[in-house]
Design a protein around this ligand. Sequence first.
Ligand code: MIG
Length: 634
Amino acid sequence: MIRKYSYSPMINTGAVVKSIPSESAPLPYFTLDNGVFTYKMSPDARIYGLGEAVRGINKRGWIYESWCSDDPFHTEDKRSLYGAHNFLIVDGDDRFGVFIDYPTRLTFDVGYTDPDVLTITPEKLHLEVYIIEADTLRDIVREFRALIGKSYIPPVWGFGYGQSRWGYVNREDIAAVADKHEKAGIPIDMIYLDIDYMERFEDFTVNGERFPNFESFVKEMKQRNIHLIPIIDAAVKREEGYRVYDEGHEKGYFCKDENGEDFVVGVWPGMSCLPDFLSPEASRWFGMQYKALTDAGIDGFWNDMNEPALFYSEKALCGAFDQLREFEGKTLDALTYFSARDVFARLSNSNEDYSAFYHNAPEGRFCHKDVHNLYGYKMTESAMNALKELRTEPTLLFSRASYIGAHRSGGIWTGDNHSWWSHILQSLQQMTGLNMCGFLYSGSDIGGFNGSCTRDLLLRWLSFALFTPLMRNHCAIGNRSQEATAFGDTEAFRHIITLRYRLIPYLWGEFLRCVNEDDMYFRPLSFDYEDDRAAAGIDDQLMVGDRLMIAPIYKQNTSGRTVYIPEPMNLIRMSGGEITTERITKGRHYVDMPLGDVVFFSKGKLPLADPAMTVAELDFENLTEVGEEIKKNS
Ligand code: MIG
């Protein structure tokens, strides 16, 4: 059952697709005082949800802020990442889900200030609250997902393996990735183009020197069943003569400052303007620009910098130089020096800048800071609405920033993580919250974006990520290469990535089922074994689809781990390309997992395809089976 409580919302975010009347009775569970919603949690209540966030599957014991942020350090002291996903489930003496439809900064204090109190604090009381009740945790999610609409389905090749790197600058770099994979016999379906493919970082352009005959290159790669996936940044370079800028400027499609002039910010292309995705005309106009690339045969995109990330604004930058001049010639004590040093650092993503520009939404003019969390969501929607017109086949699309609602138009990746062991676990834990909020096509940068990856980290990361719908190895410029072919011997990599392809019939089938049934593809164990107290405490294992369970390694130099088996299962082991199964009983077991082996568990038989180098070559018809059906009480 879903009930809606309305507190004078200012804008229709579009997150919810079902219209339900507002209740006039008071909000259950919470008290509302001074604009703060307060709920007393029972001592053992678990709190699930909040989508893309740091920390564990149970969010209790920290404070989170919905505020789409370009923050490349995903450490556990952070309150915000790129997404704003205002849905959580309380599982204690009471059991319910709550969604706050609110377009700007919202704070969830989940037992941080007072261990037994949950408070939800908006900046202003202009929002809608949905309370969802059902018999099981999984049903609460199903009801919520029915409220927010069906999740995005990528093309089936979007379940292939992808290689990306910021730093592939030309056609040769890209072709080399394909060649190395082919030579090593490692499957691959996608190679990503990062900002360097563009001309002067101008959206919807391709640098003709570094990518001569782009169209025929796209075609060549397609003949090898490899899709090139270019990045699109939110901001448009301010440059007269650049068609996209000229058009956007003339038609008034960019966000405006208080005087009605285009608001100008510094991002990768230098001084740039922000398309006003909240304006339906501007949104449609920007979306149609993807045509420049779909005409060249491109069938997938990733949308970046759409929090939006602002390095500096023109105005703030001038101010910073003025400030710095004041330090000149003075003796600088340490504190003065630090504040001089930070003059420029403070410019990025500043509240001043987010308060200094405006949108033209159907409901009227909004200051950006009051609708901040919708920007990336509306960019994804802009792209997908147009791509549906431009192409007949499904298009691959995922975004960095998001809000609930964006899950209908595309997937997300979890942004700039690090080559840290802890980020394997973080990724695993994020998947559950994301799935609750409808973001099924998601994944993290495998091997870690920032920092340098090692061979064992990549092997272990792949052994987990082969189960994530979006499976992409991505890395920042300047770091050590981390392709599956970059660490000498490629055999172990070949076996793991091949296993992914062999499992695609199961993974893809379950993905489609979860979209259709509004189910979660990744679930915490407690969602499947609600009465099992041991399962409730597990936060480093996941259910994947209906029949599979994973318990990956996420620590260096460990060769096994303890796994909690909630009911008798098959233990399936891939070792050196060979797949074997054995029975494992309910309970806690120490399981050997030497580097290069992949171990996972199933409740019954799993279909397995023959190995293939690309999804196009995968035979979905002639499948073998691993494991056996197991009676619950055996
Ligand atoms: O400021 O395009 O998260 O995946 O490689 C960095 C360069 C901009 C951030 C994305 C990352 C991408 C990078 N981008």
